[in-house]
Design a protein around this ligand. Sequence first.
Ligand SMILES: *Cc1c(COP(=O)(O)O)cnc(C)c1O
Length: 415
Amino acid sequence: MNAETGTSAQTGTRAQTGTTADWLQRYDDSAITVFGVPGLVLDHGSGCTVWDVEGRAYLDLLSGIAVNSLGHAHPDLVAALSRQVGQLVHVSNFFTTPAQVSAAERVLELAAAPPGSGVFFCNSGSEAVEAAIKLSRRTGRSRIVALEGAFHGRTTGAVALTHKAAYRDPFEPLIPDVHHVPPDDVGALRAALDERTAMLILEPVQGEAGVRPLSTDYLRAARELTTEVGALLVVDEIQTGIARTGSWFAHQQRGIVPDAMTLAKGLGGGVPIGALVTFGPEVTGLLAAGQHGSTFGGNPLACAAALTVLDTIERDGLVAHAQRAGDRLARAITALEHPMVREIRGRGLLRAIALREPCAAAVALAAREAGFLVNPVAPDAIRLAPPLVVTDDELDRLVTALPTILDSAAARSTP
Ligand SMILES: *Cc1c(COP(=O)(O)O)cnc(C)c1O
């Protein structure tokens, strides 16, 4: 599949000409290059396959970092967005739209949120975290506890909650009174939480830390301890939500109800949208009229995308599919018993192949050359977050190719 040309009806028509090298040169000349050199110049996609500008096809097992829930060019999303574009794209928050109201209602229903809960729509994950920070400030407290390894975004508020020093240090001073504690350590959490704490924020499965699920005991302790001191428990489900881990939201598998939840990534199927969800009237009431806002947030185009994503996931049984296909994939990779693989982590269709050596970058490169897009999320871990519509056959293609990919990466990274 590596050298297929993307020009038939089935593969879509290539929209652009020009070589990868040309486009990368123009990228380098025109972008603020915070992302380094992009791996590919992509042109179009269909289902779980994307094609680059030179017509090479790749099986997309990352889906734009757990964003393209329905894959690429899903017919229902194309139809819904086309319809909405011809109807209304934006109206501002002086007004609302049926799409916005319906999307909020659907999110609350799927979150099993009690009466009096609410949704604030924004445009990205970081913005959802910013809204959570402001919500927590309205408790009258300012102390925030987050976890080591946490990723909560890159805006100046959200990045203060993110743990990686390289993301934070160049931008100090950030918001004060943020404390990071080691994950899955109930003693450390108890010691960090007190009557000054506004919120504890955590990812049920730490995504950027290398796909590391927190233990159920820890999540339950987090619920109890925050309740004891009157702090908000905020689950950041930006990566884990929207069926990704085999339930609508990852915290639902662990029997906890948070005070608030952040969403983004998979919610819009690729169209930018984020959300802060507040559980119950007391938390919802913390933010009063005029205390927060967004020009684009909740626009009908993004909300139509979210509605279609949620409806399609439900109609096509993709929550159960994510669980079953993810478990099957994990079993199949484990069964390879490849000497470079230490373990498979994660839940549903959010997985990491943990490697014994720090050669994830070489593995991702070898995978790409073999026609698979995966992500070296850590020096020793490959992240897989395929579209929720991925088939067993597509995942089997990776499993079949994986030994050769791993062996060629090993050959390359050994001097
Ligand atoms: C991606 C991510 C964010 C940030 O989202 P952006 O849309 O990039 O701002 C925040 N939290 C988690 C858990 C994420 O995975």
